[in-house]
Design a protein around this ligand. Structure first.
Ligand code: AHM
Ligand code: MG
Length: 331
């Protein structure tokens, strides 16, 4: 354990800029509280009969699992009444979420994927929660759709919670990426990973190679290069949870990719509440996130649930992916 013991609250207070003290700090703290509730439920899911499907589908036509619905509800309920937010966007809800009339509206917008990698839930494999925070564009007119449809460049903070062998809260508010581990005995997140950076020499590449046949030639050639003698000699690791694959690659160096496919030209990952926040974290840890052509942070979503191809992780590996893709496109 790190020494001295620093709780997430203490760290947040020491890190926030003066203008954000109070609001942003408390917002993170509310998200951390939601994370503890989701972690508790996830750990006991089989015992509480919360594995399996809810019997509903979300806006992307995906069947919702009981834990997807639970996590979405917790994220919403921990944040709707606090007066910090003026709107929210969730993967699990078609429209953006306005703050109920009986609560005051704050100056921030939170976008989130309540349970990422949820196809892994029933098999006891690591899953996560992703969030991003924007400041409202217009203090007088807060919480409209235009406040939500923003590029990752406009994020003031982003983070994820990873529900693995331990639960971790990883975030950046623009001054480094910091990780906290939940001590379940005392119910607190404690600072364990200060100022995380992608290591110089990467170790892993994380693509779903089962989809190789459906990728563009540029992505196929990049994948061939990764595995060739001329390549960087990485091991392949793919969990199928963006949060978990990203987290491992942040610690050991590597690249996560979810390219476009023949029947899914923009891939599977959502720009606003998955790719954008993760690209923000990547850049603040010395890495890079791209759609294969340009930075994920520079793309303004046209709709809330827009998908994008994703290549994210160690900067050099991501720029090499762009080079392969560009070369094939120009043929
Ligand atoms: P989800 O938010 O519905 O769980 O979907 C996103 C997830 C990513 O975490 C993961 O990398 C990917 O889907 C896995 O997809 P696949 O099984 O096609 O490889
Ligand atoms: Mg997801």
């Amino acid at each position: 354990m790190s020494s001295p013991m620093i709780t997430i609250e203490r760290f947040l207070l020491s890190q926030q800029p003066e203008y954000a003290k109070g609001d942003l700090t408390t917002l993170f703290y509310d998200i951390a509280l939601a994370a503890k509730m989701i972690a508790t439920q996830t750990r006991r899911a089989a015992l509480l009969d919360t594995l399996g499907y809810e019997g509903t589908t979300n806006v992307q036509g995906e069947r919702q699992r009981k834990l997807d619905v639970y996590a979405d509800d917790v994220m919403f309920k921990m944040n709707d009444h606090t007066g910090r937010l003026c709107a929210m966007v969730s993967e699990e809800r078609e429209d953006w979420i306005q703050i109920p009339d009986n609560y005051s509206k704050g100056h921030y917008v939170m976008v989130y994927d309540p349970l990422d990698g949820s196809s892994n839930i029933d098999t006891n494999v690591t899953i996560g929660t992703i969030f991003g925070i924007f400041r409202t564009l217009d203090d007088k007119n807060r919480g409209g759709l235009e406040d939500c449809l923003r590029s990752g460049r406009e994020l003031v903070a982003a983070g994820y919670i990873i529900y693995g062998t331990s639960t971790m809260f990883v975030y950046s508010a623009g001054q480094g990426v910091h990780g906290f581990t939940l001590d379940p005995e005392i119910g607190e997140f404690l600072l364990t990973h200060e100022n995380m950076r992608f290591p110089e020499k990467p170790a892993y590449y994380s693509f779903n190679n089962g989809s190789y046949r459906n990728w563009d030639p540029g992505v196929q050639k990049y994948s061939d290069w990764l595995q060739s003698n001329e390549g960087p000699r990485l091991s392949q690791r793919y969990i199928g949870s963006l949060v978990a694959d990203f987290h491992r690659n942040l610690l050991y160096g590597g690249i996560y990719g979810y390219p476009g496919e023949v029947s899914l030209p923009n891939g599977k990952i959502r720009l606003l509440y998955e790719a954008g926040p993760m690209a923000f974290l990547a850049e603040h840890a010395g890495g890079y996130g791209s759609n294969g052509v340009e930075s994920l942070l520079d793309i303004k979503p046209a709709n809330l649930h827009q998908r994008t191809p994703v290549f994210i992780g160690s900067r050099e590996l991501v720029t090499r992916a762009e080079e392969f893709i560009r070369k094939e496109k120009s043929k």
